[in-house]
Ligand binder design. Structure first.
Ligand code: V55
Ligand code: FE
Length: 474
């Protein structure tokens, strides 16, 4: 253990203003509530943010490379308590011991100051599965945490079953079977085009393990699952091992690469079963949902941008879009095993909830501009799209507020789609503190409760709601 020295973060947008690293661990009980929290809500909202413990030693480290700091909000009897702890990754522990950063560039081990066994920052998603909280980064296996104390239990390889060196940050839950449907990409190591697909039963046992080779070594951030199929959209951000060895970036935007979507049978697939469908070059974002229609085709609802959303990883000429010009559209793809075309079939799901950026809503960009910091996407409202009526309702949290990713809280015991609440962390650039906004879906346009935090939480990536009835007491 080295005696700590004073430190400071680089004078760059991603380390400034609201983006100054938070670095707080702790708890606060019984947060201040304006409005009321329905007492049928009983559970926990877990979310994770990249939050560097140490100033990086490399230039212009992106937001995506910060240490995972997990927040847990416990809601019960109309009150909220907050806890927060860093995931004790190998990186976090060794850097704390050294008193300085040791890990180099995002997903480039050739730039590290020491040799790491696991480079995970555990900063992209936290899921509750089989009595554990799993902190996920798509370049590594999960880290397991105690869901009640947020204590890190260690790297988690599913009792030795994990076949790939990587595990997605977006596993999908099957509510009928209790399985999670998962994969790893770059599954045989940096720069490999290999994908490993698998399902994990509620008891933690692996099945349907299948190795595939993608047409290019691309980022596969989110994916989609139906009853009988899994779909892998490849983001045209490509990895090249020689660039890594030369100390370059893991990803480079490839405007020549089409959108590939891999289609694989979900149960008992063989490597040869995968079909790679193509569409024009674009950036596939998060999937909304997927299902099979009556003709047996697969319908996939997916956010698409025509520009490179990860603007901090430009193309080979160094060019990238100006962030404010990046626009995302919800697209519906109908896929059959031989062709791909777009139609508008009747929806099987009705209610879509998502973050929105609509500058016309009245955000005071002049006031908040100097306080934003940079390097992450901005959303100023929450949206509810009804696919039956094609109408969108908007919740605007205020002129000096931006929103983070929302979670849906089902009403107690309700199985009716869209019956429940929406909860989202909100950045207040006036107070420079965080808030939770709780919407009752009976009136999406107003907050039922606003919960004030005594701290500023950096923008996070993903999180999940875990109802207390779904959390084991053992
Ligand atoms: C994403 C986030 C990541 C990452 C890869 O949002 C993709 C997508 C926070 O880290 O490493
Ligand atoms: Fe994601």
């Amino acid at each position: 253990m080295t005696a700590p020295k004073p430190l400071h973060f680089p004078d760059r947008p991603q380390f400034s203003a609201f983006m100054k690293p938070c670095r707080v661990e702790g708890e606060a009980h019984n947060l201040e509530v304006h409005g009321d929290i329905p007492t049928d809500i009983d559970g926990r909202f877990f979310r994770v943010m990249p939050d560097p413990q140490m100033p990086p030693f490399i230039e212009d480290d992106p937001w995506f490379n910060g240490d995972g700091n997990v927040s847990a909000f416990r809601i019960k009897d109309g009150t909220v308590s907050w806890q927060q702890r860093y995931v004790r990754t190998e990186k976090f522990v060794r850097e704390r011991d050294a008193g300085k950063a040791l890990l180099g560039k995002y997903r480039n081990k050739f730039t590290d100051a020491v040799r790491f066994k696991i480079r995970s920052t555990a900063n992209t998603n936290v899921i509750y599965f089989n009595r554990q909280l799993l902190a996920l980064k798509e370049d590594s296996p999960p880290y397991a945490m105690d869901p009640r104390t947020l204590e890190t239990k260690g790297l988690y390889d599913f009792a030795g079953q994990l076949p790939s060196v990587t595990f997605t940050a977006h596993p999908k839950f099957d509510p009928d079977t209790g399985e999670i449907v998962c994969f790893g990409y770059e599954a045989k190591g940096d720069g490999t085009p290999d994908i490993c697909y698998y399902q994990v039963g509620p008891d933690g046992v692996f099945s349907d393990i299948c190795w595939l080779v993608a047409p290019v070594c691309a980022m596969i951030h989110d994916f989609a699952v139906t009853e009988n199929w899994v779909l892998f959209p490849l983001i045209p951000q490509l990895c090249d091992i020689d660039r890594l060895k030369a100390g370059g970036e893991h990803w480079q935007w490839s405007p020549e690469t089409p959108l590939y979507i891999g289609v694989l049978p979900r149960q008992g697939p063989k490597s040869g079963d995968v079909k790679w469908l193509r569409w024009n070059n674009c950036f596939p974002g998060h999937t909304l949902n997927a299902y099979e229609n009556e003709q047996g085709n697969i319908v996939l609802d997916l956010g698409i941008s025509q520009q490179n959303v990860f603007f901090w990883w430009p193309d080979s000429t160094g060019s990238a879009p100006e962030p404010s010009t990046i626009i995302s559209q919800l697209m519906r793809f109908t896929l059959d095993p031989n062709t791909t075309h777009i139609t508008l079939p009747d929806p099987e799901h009705q209610h879509c909830f998502f973050d929105l950026m609509d500058p016309s809503l009245g955000t005071d960009f002049e006031a908040i501009g100097p306080r934003l910091g940079g390097g992450y996407p901005l959303y100023n409202a929450l949206a509810h799209l009804d696919l039956l009526t094609r109408e969108t309702e908007v919740y605007f949290p205020g002129k000096t507020h931006l929103v983070q990713e929302p979670v849906f809280i089902p009403g107690a015991g309700s199985c009716v789609e869209g019956d429940g609440y929406i909860l989202a962390l909100v950045n207040n650039y006036d107070t420079m503190a965080s808030e939770l906004h709780l919407l009752d879906l009976e009136d999406f346009t107003k907050a039922r409760a606003i919960i004030h935090l005594p701290v500023r939480l950096r923008p996070g990536l993903h999180g999940n709601w875990v109802d207390s009835r779904d959390m084991s007491t053992a």
